[in-house]
Design a protein around this ligand. Structure first.
Ligand code: ADP
Ligand code: ZN
Length: 219
């Protein structure tokens, strides 16, 4: 089963994917996490990626697709993947369709998470991430018990370079221009399932993941 998580920065893609991966027993993969790992390890690819990711610009399709294909070829992806952050442009979506066709696979579901811009920006600037286990916190909405320390593993919390207000605004603009057109693309294939994760209306990740799983049963 192939599931794509679609949505603006900090719309909850990663949080919902984390639950779905356990419930459905298929691995989740975050493009941003893969890219940030390359950057922090200063690999050859990491050097090429750094500027784009830090500024909140999209990484060129060719690099993204090479990494996506490599990930699809890994042993554990045989039964499917939850893609968080792959794909983000129409050409990427078209290329993914071709890759899956060649593998006799298809996209089963695209979870499209909608949230107001206001809430997105608030979440981005207050987001803190554990350096060790990648758990995500929010200094206002759900802070860690001890400031700067992860509740789960005690690791140090940090703020991503691209999680500043200015860069978040840029990422949101890039999202509307390059990624949002994918909604229409997947609407046409019948794979799109639109919902929202919003703290303002108290609709949290467990409820969203639950609804996604129930919806899958009806497909
Ligand atoms: P968020 O969803 O919070 O914006 P991600 O961790 O998914 O963050 O992505 C971080 C950055 O990695 C993006 O701003 C972009 O530079 C790059 N990136 C991730 N996925 C893609 C993709 N599919 N195509 C192009 N660039 C990408
Ligand atoms: Zn941790």
């Amino acid at each position: 089963m192939i599931i794509i998580m679609l949505g603006a920065p900090a719309s909850g893609k990663g949080s919902v994917a984390e639950i779905l991966t356990k419930e459905l027993n298929i691995p989740a993969v975050s493009s941003g996490d893969i890219f940030r790992k390359h950057i922090s390890e200063e690999t050859e690819i990491g050097k090429k990626l750094k500027e784009y990711v830090t500024k909140g610009e999209l990484v060129p399709d060719s690099i993204v697709l090479e990494m996506l294909e490599a990930r699809l070829n890994e042993e554990d992806a045989k039964n499917g993947l939850i893609l968080d952050g792959f794909v983000r442009t129409i050409p990427q979506a078209e290329a993914l369709d071709k890759m899956l066709e060649a593998r006799n696979q298809k996209i089963d579901l695209v979870v499209n998470l909608e949230t107001s811009d206001e809430e997105i920006l608030e979440r981005v600037v207050n987001r803190r991430i554990c350096k060790n286990c990648k758990a995500v916190y929010n200094t206002v909405l759900h802070p860690s018990a001890v400031k700067g320390k992860c509740d789960k593993c005690g690791g140090e919390l940090y703020q991503r370079d691209d999680d500043t207000l200015e860069r978040a605004k840029n990422r949101l603009e890039v999202y509307y221009k390059e990624t949002a057109p994918l909604q229409e693309y997947y609407e046409k294939t019948g794979a799109l399932y639109t919902t929202t994760l919003s703290v303002k209306i108290n609709r949290m990740k467990d409820e969203v993941a639950h609804d996604v799983i129930e919806y899958l049963k009806t497909k």
